[in-house]
Design a protein around this ligand. Structure first.
Ligand SMILES: [Zn+2]
Length: 335
């Protein structure tokens, strides 16, 4: 109930699992939020230029965000904050949980009939498969993805399934709007507000054109909780040549999260239950397990490991396994 409510009357707060397995809380003041809002408003690509001209405020659009809606995550806080700032828009903007069974999510989407879908690439692919199979009747006009790496094959599949443009953006809990695509599909870093430094395993800068082992972020917008050369965990490459679109903002490519979607044996007449990676990590983190590896070994076999030691590690691992089992059961997976 407190999602997106101001903390101490003036701070916007969200949490993240953190790139290193250590959960983190991020605190922003109005100044930092204004910078994020401005970047979002001015630099997000216009996928339907004619539509923008006819309807500059997007008053005919209905936007659905599909993700982890039950916690203080940056994406969910952003959606709820927008609803609170613009009560008139709130009935056309809705967050939907990807932790619910597919039938329930399909029903919620069909009842709402969004024109714009914002979600993770893995969830967009799963919904595209439902749409192709004739099980999801929605008429999307734009799809925005972020939070994971969108591969060219995923983009083509989603775009062709829904017959609408797909854009990707790059952001993090540590800086919401790091990069947006231009009309040529290149990802431009908002280098006037965020410094990214790709570094090798020893923390040394790598030259343009090469991917580092990780990337250091310095956030120039948030002065309340300074993040200076913060290890993001993503592999970023700066392209050595400027983009022909005319933007002076540097072009980057990003290898971020790209875990596989689980394909579990279903029961009750279902062939297969798919579970997107961020749904799995949301459930495990909710059980207190932040440092884990989950490997699918068969349609009914999963191996969950952690580097946590001792009885505390065993206790957390047992609790996480139970939660995960219950979650898969709710989705319709069996045995
Ligand atoms: Zn460009």
């Amino acid at each position: 109930g407190n999602i997106a409510k101001d903390h101490l009357t003036r701070y916007t707060v969200w949490e993240s699992s953190g790139s290193s397995g250590e959960p983190a809380v991020f605190v922003q003041d109005a100044r930092a939020m204004h910078v994020y809002d401005a970047l979002e408003a001015l630099r997000r690509p216009v996928l339907r230029p004619l539509q923008r001209w006819l309807d500059p405020w997007g008053l005919t659009d209905r936007m659905a965000f599909v993700g982890a809606t039950g916690g203080h995550f940056a994406s969910t806080v952003s959606v709820e904050r927008l609803r609170q700032l613009q009560p008139g828009l709130s009935h056309r903007l809705r967050g939907m949980s990807f932790l619910q069974p597919m039938e329930a999510l399909r029903a919620e989407l069909e009842a709402f009939q969004p024109t714009v879908l914002a979600t993770y690439p893995s969830a967009a692919v799963m919904l595209a498969e439902e749409h192709r199979a004739g099980r999801l009747r929605v008429d999307l006009r734009e799809i925005w993805t972020g939070g994971e790496t969108l591969s060219p094959a995923q983009r083509t599949f989603v775009r062709e399934s829904f017959a609408c443009p797909v854009s990707q953006s790059y952001g993090a809990s540590e800086f919401l709007s790091l990069a947006f695509e231009c009309r040529l599909g290149a990802l431009h870093l908002n280098s006037d507000w965020a410094i990214l430094e790709p570094v090798d395993a020893q923390g040394r800068a790598v030259p343009d054109g090469q991917a580092g082992c990780t990337t250091l972020l310095t956030n120039l917008a948030n002065h309340v909780q300074p993040l200076i050369r913060y290890d993001l965990g993503d592999r970023v490459t700066f392209l050595p040549t400027p983009c022909t679109c005319g933007s002076h903002l540097p072009v980057i490519t990003v290898s971020g999260r790209d875990d596989d979607t689980l394909q579990l044996a279903g029961g009750r007449g279902r062939a297969c239950v798919q579970v997107v990676p961020l749904a799995v990590s949301t459930v495990l983190e909710d059980a207190g397990l932040f440092d884990f590896q989950l490997v699918q070994q068969g349609p009914r076999e999963l191996l969950l490991t952690t580097s946590m030691q001792g009885s505390r590690g065993q206790h957390v691992l047992d609790a996480a396994r139970e939660k995960l089992q219950a979650f898969f059961g709710e989705l319709g997976a069996r045995d």
